[in-house]
Unconditional design. Structure first.
Length: 655
């Protein structure tokens, strides 16, 4: 951005320097540079409209022509009465003597770098009207060079005398620059360069800044907290309104002169207000008193110069510009003080540039009052271009700074996220390790409890019987078989590959079948396929085996049955394991046993069964058989109901 600005400034300086050298060189090859003219003020009474031919006394040379040096100007007062806008004009004539010479092959043209007044201009070549300004008398093409063909056809002789009639509003004066007469090829480039420097370049810059301002306004619509963007937009619009007066041609205005003058004159003040608000927000400061003072001054000027009031803008334009110079001084001084306090380099550059607009504004005011040569350039538009260029740099730096902050923040977030992920992974590994250790401890505890309550209990009972001399050989064999069965059931429960109900029942049949056969019991096997129980883990499987083992042991010891049947069924609620016998009936554990029954309804074994059933979230019932089996007694039916889904487990009971 800075390199582009430097390059653009270099090109501009070279072009301006080349033009200045050409202008200072006087007469070029085939082109005549006229540095003096005859001057005659026509008596009051002439009208605004230029006649088709000059008055006879002007053509006849009887008027007292005063030789004046070009550029020539008539002084302008700081303010005039509004009545002068409707009064007859002040008309002056300039006579340019063209040296005799060969007629240019590409035609003869008059080139005036600038003319300025509130009024109009007309050009006569040897008494023939060849140009008359059109459009507004107030906002005419004062900032565009004049290009007028003097000969009707190419090769026609150049006129000997060129008359310029300037009609001006009373009291506002007027000025005319030096004149060039020559061929198109010799003068056109001068006219084009001058036109580009004075009007076209500033018009393109103003249009470009308005486009960028619209983009900034769109950004502000999305991010209302970024006030600098809407200030940029407001500055671009007010500056564009001010630039219009420097780019006007002779096309009639779409609005009245009064309103156009009010817009262009006051837009400069409001542009300064926007610049000040932008500057203080760059610093992050608030100056409420200064803000109110500046806004009050600009508002007062805007109200006083409203077209509805008698005061005309064009009659007090120099006074308005002097007031704007005062506002500019306040803006520049406040901005430099704030920049110094906050050590903001680019804000300081902006404030310094705004301070440079003070001499530029003074120069433009002097030029508009014809107190300096009008062949110079109005510096105000270029000062505005510099302000906007600095605006763009500040906004660009804020944008790139915001991007860097986001990148830094993202990098920090990524680093923190990586740290958190590492911590989470370490924590997760620790949790997994703890879970594994807890599972191992639980399994170890279960095995210890099972060994203690199962095999250990049987061995302790056998030891006490042996110590009391009451253990016979048959009892010893029975105890050892029970211990072996308990050990085998514990081993079967640890087999994960067989952790399904049918496999458990098959293992139970394999382990306890010989024992039932030795006890003289017939085993009827009615097990069918049932839905899988996904929740049946080794711990739950051991509970199921212990429950069925306890039920079968009670049948062997107490029921006097001749046969035992084991079967399975299923329904929508779960799977049922049924154990039927044909022995002596008994009431359920929750009821009172019938008289003479030898089966304990509330013994320790049945209490263990209920505890284990609760531990796996199942249900169990004991019911009397409905009839005899194979001629034996009515018998009993034990039903273990296992749920299909994960049960709500209770604290495990004793093994």
């Amino acid at each position: 951005m800075l390199l582009w600005l430097a390059s653009a400034a270099s090109v501009f300086i070279m072009v301006a320097g080349a033009q200045a050298q050409q202008l200072a060189a006087g007469q070029g090859a085939g082109a005549t540079h006229l540095g003096q003219a005859g001057f005659w003020p026509e008596p009051v009474g002439a009208g605004w409209q230029a006649p088709a031919t000059p008055p006879p006394e002007v053509l006849g040379g009887t008027v007292p022509w005063e030789v004046v040096a070009l550029p020539h100007s008539r002084p302008r007062s700081m303010a005039e009465s509004s009545d002068t806008a409707t009064a007859l004009p002040q008309v002056v004539w300039y006579r340019l003597q063209v040296p005799a010479g060969a007629a240019p092959a590409d035609g003869t043209f008059l080139y005036l770098p600038r003319w300025q007044t509130i009024g109009g201009i007309a050009v006569y070549a040897d008494g023939q009207l060849v140009h008359r300004s059109r459009g507004s008398r107030v906002w005419n093409s004062f900032n565009r060079p004049l290009w007028v063909p003097l000969a009707d056809a190419q090769g026609a002789p150049a006129p000997a005398t060129v008359l310029v009639r300037m009609a001006s509003q009373q009291g506002v004066g007027g000025a005319i620059s030096t004149a060039w007469v020559g061929g198109e090829g010799e003068l056109l480039w001068r006219y084009q360069v001058r036109s580009w420097l004075q009007a076209d370049f500033t018009a393109m810059a103003a249009g470009a800044f308005v486009v960028i301002g619209i983009f900034a306004f769109a950004v502000w619509c999305v991010r209302r907290s970024e006030v600098m963007y809407v200030l940029f937009f407001a500055t671009s619009v007010t500056n564009a309104l001010r630039m219009v007066q420097f780019t006007m041609g002779d096309v009639p205005l779409p609005i009245s002169d009064d309103w156009f003058g009010w817009l262009t004159a006051n837009s400069l003040g409001w542009s300064l207000v926007c610049v000040f608000l932008f500057t203080v927000r760059v610093h992050g400061l608030r100056m409420p008193r200064v803000e109110r003072t500046i806004i009050a001054l600009v508002t007062a000027v805007s109200v006083v110069t409203l077209p509805w009031l008698p005061l005309k803008v064009e009659t007090v334009l120099p006074a308005i510009y002097l007031c704007i110079v005062g506002v500019t001084l306040i803006v520049a001084a406040s901005g430099m003080w704030a920049s110094w306090v906050n050590r903001s380099p680019w804000a300081m550059v902006l404030s310094l540039w705004v301070s440079l607009t003070v001499p530029a504004s003074i120069y433009d005011t002097l030029m508009a009052s014809y107190r300096v040569s009008i062949e110079g350039l109005y510096l105000g538009p270029y000062a505005s271009i510099g302000v906007f260029a600095i605006f763009l740099v500040i906004v660009f730096l804020r944008y790139t700074g915001a991007l860097r902050e986001v990148e830094t923040l993202n990098a920090g977030l990524e680093s923190r996220l990586a740290e958190r992920e590492a911590q989470l992974a370490a924590t997760y590994a620790q949790v997994n390790q703890l879970e594994r250790q807890r599972a191992l401890d639980a399994e170890r505890q279960r095995m210890m409890q099972d060994m203690h309550d199962g095999i250990g209990s049987s061995l302790i009972s056998a030891l006490r019987m042996a110590e009391g001399g009451r253990l016979h050989e048959g009892d010893m064999a029975r105890v050892l078989k029970e211990c072996i069965d308990d050990l085998k059931l514990s081993i079967d429960s640890l087999d994960h590959s067989g952790a399904d109900l049918l496999s458990l029942l098959a293992a139970l049949r394999f382990r306890l079948g010989p024992r039932l056969q030795a006890a003289g019991l017939t085993l009827r096997w009615g097990v069918q396929d049932v839905p899988a129980l996904e929740w049946l883990d080794p711990k739950s499987a051991l509970h199921v085996l212990r429950i069925l083992q306890e039920v079968l042991t009670n049948i062997i010891k107490h029921s006097g049955a001749q046969s035992i049947g084991i079967s399975t069924t299923s329904d929508a609620t779960g799977v049922q394991v049924l154990v039927r016998d044909d022995g002596q009936p008994f009431s359920p554990p929750s009821a009172t046993p019938p008289p003479g029954s030898t089966v304990p309804g509330r013994g320790k074994g049945l209490g263990n069964v209920r505890s284990r059933v609760q531990a796996i979230g199942a249900q169990c019932t004991w019911t009397a058989g409905s009839g005899a089996q194979d001629g034996a007694g009515a018998g009993n039916v034990f039903c273990l109901s296992l749920p299909l889904q994960q049960p709500s487990r209770q604290a495990p009971g004793p093994a």
